[in-house]
Design a protein around this ligand. Structure first.
Ligand code: ATP
Length: 299
């Protein structure tokens, strides 16, 4: 279990992270969300000991994260730090050796990952000759070559096409199944929504929302009703408790304050013709994120 307790980081006068606390149990995927400059990378650097917090502490299974435990950690940095003149094999052997692994074991794992990511033919090629997506795969392999117990991924999906995003997600889910704690950052809410159980949203270094994704959605209370058919948006705008009505090409979305409003909307729909859909859905994480980040910026 990773435990982050009240960490704060100042760069001179600038408070980059402000009294942040969270826990990532074994076998859980945790999302660290925030706009540019929110403090995600600074938080990661403090977790792996590259930066000393101004105050607060970080522990992994009750122990401080120092040289002794770094062999059990994998870190994918945001600024992709490959040694581009090396071949894929040389690069991974280099990283694996730094993690205290034997070359024989590194090469076995490397073959597994190259095959899984369908880039076996690049094993002896220089990294600079690879496409960006394939370089990212190599970077990912270097982060997981030691089968880390704690896997930290700073923007792991940025720049990847949907097929490769899915490939990475599958690999990350496998680490979860094996009991690793995984923490990753992203601006892309749909990625977070797809596979992370709990999260924290940072705004200017401070947590504005945290907890289990399911509970966050429940507490938010607002819902979206999707309606397809012969309907007029204005009829719904008049209903008390309707926050907004969005007209899309083939449906309207009625955004409501809470569950109690559903029946009022349904009463109006009953009078409409040719209804082919009436579905009540949770808000997306993106909506919650925008509302929380917006609220804080306005303060
Ligand atoms: P992004 O999504 O853009 O990568 P982030 O959420 O990772 O952003 P950080 O890089 O942690 O955010 O930056 C948090 C704050 O700390 C910003 O105001 C940034 O300007 C500042 N900062 C980051 N690194 C340094 C540094 N080495 N020296 C001084 N200030 C820094």
């Amino acid at each position: 279990m990773l435990k982050v307790e009240h960490i704060t980081k100042y760069y001179d006068q600038n408070k980059a992270v402000d009294d942040l606390s969270f826990e990532v149990p074994d076998g859980k995927i945790f999302g660290l969300l925030g706009v540019n400059g929110a403090g995600k990378t600074t938080t990661f650097r403090m977790i792996i000991g590259l930066l000393e917090p101004t105050s607060g502490k970080v522990t992994l299974n009750g122990r401080p994260i120092d040289y002794d435990v770094t062999d059990t950690i994998g870190f994918l940095t945001e600024e992709r730090s490959l040694l581009t003149k090396l071949t894929v094999k040389e690069q991974i052997v280099f990283y694996g050796t730094l993690k205290g692994m034997k070359e024989k074991d590194i090469l076995k794992k490397l073959d597994y990952w190259l095959e899984r990511f369908k880039i076996t033919e690049y094993k002896e090629r220089k990294i600079k000759e690879l496409s960006k997506g394939n370089q990212q795969k190599v970077q990912f392999i270097s982060a997981v070559i030691n089968d880390p117990k704690l896997l930290i991924l700073d923007e792991p999906f940025s720049g990847l096409d949907p097929i490769n995003v899915e490939m990475f997600m599958e690999a990350i889910r496998d680490f979860k199944k094996k009991g690793s704690s995984i923490i990753f950052s992203s601006h892309r809410m749909e990625h977070v929504e797809m596979f992370c159980e709990s999260l924290v949203i940072l705004v200017k270094g401070k947590s504005v929302l945290e907890g289990e994704l399911k509970q966050i959605k429940k507490d938010y209370r607002k819902k979206n009703i999707h309606i397809k058919g012969d309907v007029i948006a204005k009829d719904f705008e008049k209903i008390a408790g309707v926050v907004k009505v969005v007209s899309n090409a083939d449906e309207i979305i009625v955004k409501i304050e809470s569950d109690e409003i559903i029946s009022r909307v349904f009463e109006v729909v009953k009078k409409c013709k040719d209804i082919t859909e009436f579905s009540v859905e949770d808000p997306t994480l993106n909506e919650i994120f925008l509302s929380k980040v917006g609220e804080t910026y306005e303060k």
